[in-house]
Design a protein around this ligand. Sequence first.
Ligand SMILES: Nc1ncnc2c1ncn2[C@@H]1O[C@H](COP(=O)(O)OP(=O)(O)OP(=O)(O)O)[C@@H](O)[C@H]1O
Length: 321
Amino acid sequence: MVDDCSSGFLALDPEMRRLREALETVAPTPLPVLILGETGTGKEVVAEWIAGMSRHPRERFVKVNCASLSESLVESELFGHERGAFTGAVAPREGLFEAAHEGTLFLDEVGELSPRTQAKLLRTLEYGEIVRVGSTRPRRVDVRVIAATHRDLEQMVREGSFRQDLYFRLNAITLRIPPLRARTSEILPLAALFAARLSQRLARPAPPLAKEATAALLSHAWPGNVRELRHVVERAVVMSKGGPIGADHLMLEAPRAPVEAGIKGDLRSFERDRIVAALEQARQNQTRAAELLGVSRRTLTNKLNAYGIARPRKKVALEEC
Ligand SMILES: Nc1ncnc2c1ncn2[C@@H]1O[C@H](COP(=O)(O)OP(=O)(O)OP(=O)(O)O)[C@@H](O)[C@H]1O
């Protein structure tokens, strides 16, 4: 079950495999799940996968991005409202908790909720009931909550901006999705998957990746994670017009350090570029690259890990897995 990606969730990296194996055990339970990870790492994909594996596979999966809701809207969106609860509330309306009854509610960017909404959410999780805005009548809801955030919730708890009791309620099961730069073995298979999917939609054979394109994909830092990779590959599939994908089609800029990183960031960026260039010059031979850079092989290995630079594999099949 860990190798296929028919559900749209590819897991080849050992940590991702462990994560998926653990999920197979917890998915069919009603326990809340908290998914942590940088933006674009696949938190929503994982949430959908859990919902698909849950007690009633055809149950409802309702998702909401808490960051996209204004403070005035969020309560009524989540818990619903009664007629006349506020200006414009001309009719009663059920909220997302009620819509997800006997199903799963995915609360994306849960760290953005205000203290007031956090309190209401805690109550819902504790008692399994919601109270619509403008009402005092509790309504029972049976909803499995999956929450996600790119924020450091533990830090937010320490700072007092996220309720500790809510944090403990949400994190019955916590999954940490590693950034793409920490699971470089997945870069090329994911690229192959995205290229194959789009090519299929365009009714074209999946294009092969030229050697330089492979090297460019592997040496990029992917600050936008899997989402960025998907966009880069899909654009390249279009730009290559059915031919092999070259490095130019990827249009990856050389990594630039953010201004606030100051000279430290500049030096890191410089060092990383030098390592990538040395590897290219040495045709990916790490011993030779270490010689060119004047460092030991061990130092080079440490730096490759620190910067998330991986050696390209010899050949990648660009086909749907
Ligand atoms: N393991 C994976 N297998 C296949 N596709 C993936 C995988 N991980 C992410 N993706 C794809 O990458 C994109 C971003 O994934 P997703 O929206 O789940 O990330 P996220 O962590 O929820 O992002 P955000 O924090 O911005 O909400 C989507 O197009 C998704 O299909």
